[in-house]
Design a protein around this ligand. Structure first.
Ligand code: ATP
Ligand code: MG
Length: 792
């Protein structure tokens, strides 16, 4: 590379290098013009944020301009509401398009004129085949296509037909306009691509003025040229389109130098989906409360959750821009959010699950106003508030243990703990609800000499806990948000299932009885806090009010998904998303604890704490990971829950492969437990292992096995017999399957063509169809093999 490129701005990447080089050679007379071109058919997501930061970022760094252009050529899916939402989101991210707001629909007239130019040059023609026929004649990667019988229409006839298409003389689908390139072109997209189609549909901006609409490939390059874009940045899936992009610009003879398309890797984020189509489905089917549900990876969702735009921009910086597709760990986004908030969020105390603490030797009516700084010393930020201390406090339920395991340094009978900003207290006793056995009050004495946290005699007190004054604290609802999906790649599903199978059923836990220190009452409603020891929170913009505080958890203080180690350190805190948490109602998308005024669908009670001692758990975790080869997170989920661990061990002892057993027990067993302990099921580890061996041996599909599991959970029985009785064996008859494959290929010629032009991911689609048509009983391996052969 040229040594001058070394003076490129920091954090550079291959696109910035190209831009710098073009500036150096003065290719565009010193101009840099980029654009962000969303289609207004949904809300923007964090993947779009990457593109926004890239396009606006490059313009900013080079003194250039970035346009906001709505790529609105599909009247059926677009709306002005989406336009407004997109503008709001781009602005919120901190970018300004000035007066450079454009719409592809503004160019309809000019695009039409360009089409006429192509027709006159003999470079485009009106085809009267159906789109289906056109697809069928397009050939395959290995075979050339076949020319349409209408390809040699005289220019005059083409002009006349195109004019009448525009005038609305023909119904949808009667004709299309195609480029005339080469039906044997190695790039399938160059085999006389469609430029216009007839659509008698109302457009949100142009109304009914048009009934022909240009396609993406025709519109995009010309819009770029019309706006004098210099660098047209798009995601990798458009790599093959570049040839057509350049062809069209050259043929209509746009001014030189023409814009250059450059592709970069799209952002794929673990534990979520970034595709408008998928997100729309989550909204439509009610899996989330809307586009701005705080669990959504949309900009609107992140905003409502409390993430700041600074964090998203920092994240975009962190992940950089590359040319190879990859998945990004969502932990990186969470890290950026945490890092950003750590620097700005005042610290306050909130007790999520309150347990009453009475300081028996503290005077009845006394109230001390303790001075508490808002920020830790290392932040060099000023500010403090007063926190009232009195005889009756609330502490976190999880911070008390009647029978503390090793390594538990918080409160337990006879033990001391430090109350943050206040005194050291000693637990002298506690009281249980005789009916439920639940601890309802802890009684302590305090050390008046320990104000500020230190003992006078040098005795050690390891733990510090947060608290609030019972009488002075304010009631609050707290919503604990977690990852929307429980698997890194939600699209990875068993044949026949869809990505919603992988939704995290406890991605929202609503706590209705939390208590927060009173200082927050005087704060601006949009202030983001760190609740000490818990995470970052802010008031929900829709549901919170001074009379009824509702806080969203933006992000926890550390990554609880990353490693088992952090779970061990966290001690016996409650684990959302664990097998135990899913026990009551696996369908509930959220868990509600304590009274809350919010109507919640499919709510479930808090799970009972079924927890093993820390030592036991640790021993199991190491056995599961070292001897059985489980991954740490899986091992922890099983190990921390005694009865589940026992069931798992029984299953493995009965011969099931540990990995499969773990997967099924973590993901599927909670579904059928319905509040029972595993030991209360009418079957045990032996039957579980028998079921898994049917799956392993390809006798039944995963879906069928789930059905069997459901029956086993109701009435017990031998898996093999249930399979036979229900006729769930897989179809392994090759001839029957082959016939089905043949039929499918002729039903979906477009998919076949896409597959052959390189979209090999479509294999899943075909196998999925087969599984659907056979009610899940086809052998998916065989189905896959047959489809692959047929498509080869
Ligand atoms: P989706 O696949 O979610 O429907 P899209 O590509 O259809 O997205 P557009 O509105 O057409 O959505 O996208 C606008 C711009 O954002 C395009 O330039 C596109 O390449 C870019 N973009 C979309 N998704 C991502 C992503 N995940 N990562 C980076 N850029 C993206
Ligand atoms: Mg798109």
């Amino acid at each position: 590379m040229d040594d001058r490129t070394d003076t490129r701005p920091e954090g550079t990447d291959f696109i910035r290098a190209i831009v710098a080089e073009d500036l150096r050679t003065d290719k565009h007379r010193g101009r840099v013009v980029t654009r962000f071109p969303p289609e207004p058919n949904g809300f923007l997501h964090v993947g779009h944020a990457k593109s926004i930061c890239l396009n606006f970022g490059i313009a900013e760094e080079t003194g250039g301009i970035c346009h906001l252009r709505f790529d609105d050529t599909n009247p059926l899916t677009e709306s002005v509401d989406y336009v407004e939402a997109i503008k709001r989101d781009v602005r919120w991210l901190g970018y300004d398009w000035g007066d450079k707001l454009f719409h592809a629909s503004d160019y309809f007239e000019r695009l039409h004129d360009y089409a006429v130019v192509l027709i006159k040059k003999g470079r485009a023609y009106v085809d009267s085949l159906s789109e289906q026929e056109i697809r069928e004649l397009r050939g395959t990667v290995t075979e050339p296509g076949t020319e349409s019988p209408f390809r040699s229409r005289p220019v005059e006839e083409n002009l006349d037909l195109f004019r009448r298409m525009r005038a609305g003389e023909f119904p949808d689908g009667a004709h299309v306009l195609r480029a005339k390139i080469d039906m044997a072109h190695p790039n399938m997209l160059m085999r006389d691509p469609l430029l216009y189609r007839i659509r008698h549909a109302h457009h949100y901006r142009t109304g009914d003025s048009w009934c022909i609409y240009p396609l993406y490939d025709f519109t995009h390059c010309l819009s770029d040229s019309i706006e004098n874009i210099t660098h047209s940045l798009c995601t990798l899936e458009f790599e093959n389109n570049r040839e057509l992009y350049d062809w069209i610009l050259e043929e209509v003879e746009v001014p030189q130098p023409q814009p250059r398309q450059i592709e970069f890797a799209r952002l794929n984020l673990d534990y979520t989906v970034v595709s408008k189509r998928r997100l729309l489905l989550l909204v439509r089917d009610g899996h989330v409360s809307g586009w701005d549900d705080p669990r959504m990876p949309t900009i609107a969702g992140l905003r409502r959750r409390g993430v700041r735009p600074e964090a998203i921009r920092q994240f975009a910086d962190m992940i950089g821009v590359a040319k190879a597709d990859s998945r990004v760990d969502i932990g990186k986004l969470e890290y950026a959010v945490r890092d950003d908030l750590n620097r700005v969020a005042p610290r306050v105390m909130c007790v999520l699950r309150p347990l009453r603490m009475v300081i028996t030797d503290y005077p009845e009516a006394a109230v001390e106003e303790l001075d508490a700084p808002y920020y830790p010393r290392d932040l060099a930020l000023e500010g403090s508030r007063k926190v009232p201390f009195s005889r009756v406090l609330y502490m976190e339920r999880d911070d008390f243990r009647e029978d503390p395991p090793d390594g538990f340094f918080r409160l337990a009978p006879g033990r001391e703990v430090r109350l943050r900003y206040a005194y050291i207290v000693k637990c002298e006793g506690f009281e249980k609800d005789p009916a439920t056995g639940e601890v309802v009050e802890v009684r302590c004495t305090y050390d008046p000499g320990s104000h500020g946290g230190d003992t006078r005699d040098g005795r050690k007190v390891k733990g510090t806990i947060h608290w609030v004054s019972a009488d002075h604290s304010l009631p609050a609802e707290v919503r604990l948000y977690d990852r929307l999906f429980r698997t890194p790649d939600p699209e990875e599903v068993e044949v026949g299932d869809d990505f919603t199978q992988n939704l995290n059923r406890t991605s929202l836990v609503v706590l209705g009885e939390s208590r927060i220190e009173p200082s927050v009452a005087g704060d601006p409603a949009d202030l983001r806090y760190q609740f000490e020891r818990l995470g970052y929170f802010w008031q929900d913009a829709e549901d919170s009010s001074p009379d009824r505080l509702v806080f969203n958890r933006i992000v926890s203080l550390r990554d609880t998904w990353a490693k088992v180690q952090s779970r061990r350190e966290a001690g016996p805190g409650r684990l959302e998303g664990s097998a135990a948490a899913g026990r009551r109602d696996s369908r509930a998308a959220q868990v509600v604890e304590g009274p809350t005024q919010r109507p919640t669908s499919g709510s479930a009670e808090a799970p009972p704490e079924v927890r093993a001692s820390a030592a036991e758990t640790a021993a199991r975790v190491s056995r599961y990971t070292e001897e059985l080869g489980l991954e740490g997170g899986q091992a922890m989920l099983l190990a921390q829950d005694g009865p589940i661990a026992t069931f798992f061990e029984d299953t493995v002892t009965s011969g099931a492969p540990p990995g499969e057993a773990a997967k099924w027990i973590i993901n599927e067993l909670p579904r059928v437990l319905e509040g029972r302990e595993p030991s209360e099921l009418p079957f045990g580890g032996r039957e579980m292992a028998a079921l898994l061996s049917l799956v392993e041996g390809h006798t039944v599909s995963g879906r069928a096995a789930r059905e069997v599991l459901e029956e086993m959970a109701v009435s017990g029985g031998e898996p093999r017999e249930i399979v036979a009785k229900r006729g769930l064996e897989k179809i392994t008859d090759e001839a029957a399957l082959r016939a089905l494959v043949d039929r499918l290929l002729s039903d979906y010629p477009d998919k076949v063509e896409q597959y052959r032009s390189g979209k090999t991911g479509l294999i899943g689609f075909f196998v999925g169809q087969i599984m659907r048509e056979t009610g899940g009983s086809a052998d998916p391996r065989l189905a896959r093999e047959l489809v692959e052969n047929a498509l080869a």
